[in-house]
Design a protein around this ligand. Structure first.
Ligand SMILES: Cc1ncc(COP(=O)(O)O)c(C=O)c1O
Length: 384
């Protein structure tokens, strides 16, 4: 049996999305910057995609800038916002994705920013009273805190953080790569200045994403050499990627409630089965808490064992694709900076299962059996 439980890494393309992209791979090949009819047809499709995304996010089309994905969007917002507003202090956390964490550390190492880290509580949530203390002492800072953590799934109260940033005149960037397409972001209400998205996290194509940049807090261009994307990002647009991105987001919003219910049900079922089958099992971060974690992510904390380093490898051998990374970086498993920050010195194993609309209860049963060491028996029973 082959099971894919790594949907936080990437999701399979929805066939409906592929159908929407196809004409832009073959017949509609014009360059959107060309003024002739071939170009105009494609320009109009790109602008319709932008309009569709803006409608879903309740913002204006001019606030959506297409990028190659989440990493580029995070890099662009951070680097350009600091330059545009001459910001010297950045407040972030130890559990940000590398796209944010490494960008900020590089700037700090170059002496361009003073980087402050906000504390996390025992479940790995951002300590908002510590954040307020830091903001109070450093007005006009840039705050970069992710909406949901890609490893443990913890959700940030993005509305509350936005209010705090407004109170202390901070520029607020939130990496929304793991929540875009899974939650409804209302840019007309959230006090966030920059958000980011990658289409492949919600059944769209890889290499396509966008950044939302609030129009009253514009930033300088990031890629030079062309007037594309309203002079913000030079380079011929990834047209079929953009078409697929907009279609994938449209489908995600259309079917969100049903998919959320299905996925949350699978996640709860997996928690129950793991507790039944693995004595001493626990969950990293707040991923077992349905109200405070991403419904697509479950980070399993295994009891200490010499075999923990091999757990992902063994799951892979049985056809289960999941991911992980323990707190320490020994052996076959690469360490996770997130688990390292939240559980320093822990020797417990970590497996991240992340779900999509395509997963089933049967797949959960199989993955749990594999993790509990009875996978071969389950597979044999299935063959019989
Ligand atoms: C939270 C978060 N931010 C940023 C990214 C980077 O996205 P991409 O790989 O599309 O550049 C990812 C992808 O894993 C992510 O999970």
């Amino acid at each position: 049996m082959e099971v894919y439980f790594d949907n936080a890494a990437t999701t399979p393309l929805d066939p409906e999305v592929f159908e929407a992209m196809k004409p832009f791979l073959i017949e509609n090949f014009g360059n959107p910057s060309s003024t002739h009819s071939h170009g105009r047809k494609v320009r109009s499709a790109v602008e319709s995609a932008r309009k569709k995304i803006a409608e879903l996010l309740k913002c204006t089309p001019g606030e959506i800038i297409f990028t190659s994905g989440g990493t580029e969007a995070d890099n662009a917002i951070l680097t350009s916002a600091l330059l545009s507003y001459d910001i010297r202090t950045v407040i972030s956390s130890r559990i940000e994705h590398h796209a944010v964490e490494q960008t900020l550390h590089r700037l700090a190492d170059q002496g361009k920013i003073n980087l402050l880290m906000v504390d996390t509580d025992e479940k790995g949530h951002i300590d908002t009273s510590h954040l307020e203390d830091l903001l109070k002492a450093n007005e006009h800072a840039l705050v970069s805190l992710m909406h949901a953590n890609n490893e443990v799934g913890n959700l940030l109260d993005i509305a509350l953080v936005g209010e705090l940033c407004e109170k202390y005149k901070a520029y607020f960037h939130s990496d929304t790569v793991q929540t875009m397409g899974h939650y409804r972001h209302d840019a007309s209400k959230l006090k966030v200045h920059g958000m980011t998205a990658a289409a492949h996290k919600f059944h769209g194509p890889k290499g396509a994403g966008f950044m939302f940049i609030r129009k009253d807090r514009k930033i300088q261009p990031f890629v030079f050499g062309g007037a594309q994307e309203r002079n913000m990002r030079g380079g011929t647009e990834n047209v079929y990627g953009i078409i697929g991105l907009a279609k994938a987001l449209e489908i995600a919003y259309r079917d969100m409630d049903a998919h959320r219910e299905h996925i949350q049900e699978l996640k709860s079922y997996m928690i129950e089965k793991l507790r039944e089958n693995i004595p001493g099992v626990d969950f990293h971060g707040d991923s077992a808490n349905a109200d405070k974690s991403l419904y697509t992510v479950l980070n399993v904390c295994l009891p200490e064992s010499d075999e923990n380093d091999m757990v992902l490898f063994n799951l892979d051998l049985k056809g289960v694709s999941a991911s992980g990374g323990s707190a320490c970086s020994s052996g076959a498993v690469t360490g996770s900076h997130v688990l390292g920050a939240l559980y320093p010195g822990s020797r417990r194993g970590a497996v991240r299962f992340s779900f999509s609309k395509y997963n089933t209860r049967e797949e959960v049963d199989y993955a749990v059996a594999c993790l509990a060491g009875t996978g071969n028996r389950v597979e044999a029973a299935r063959v019989l």
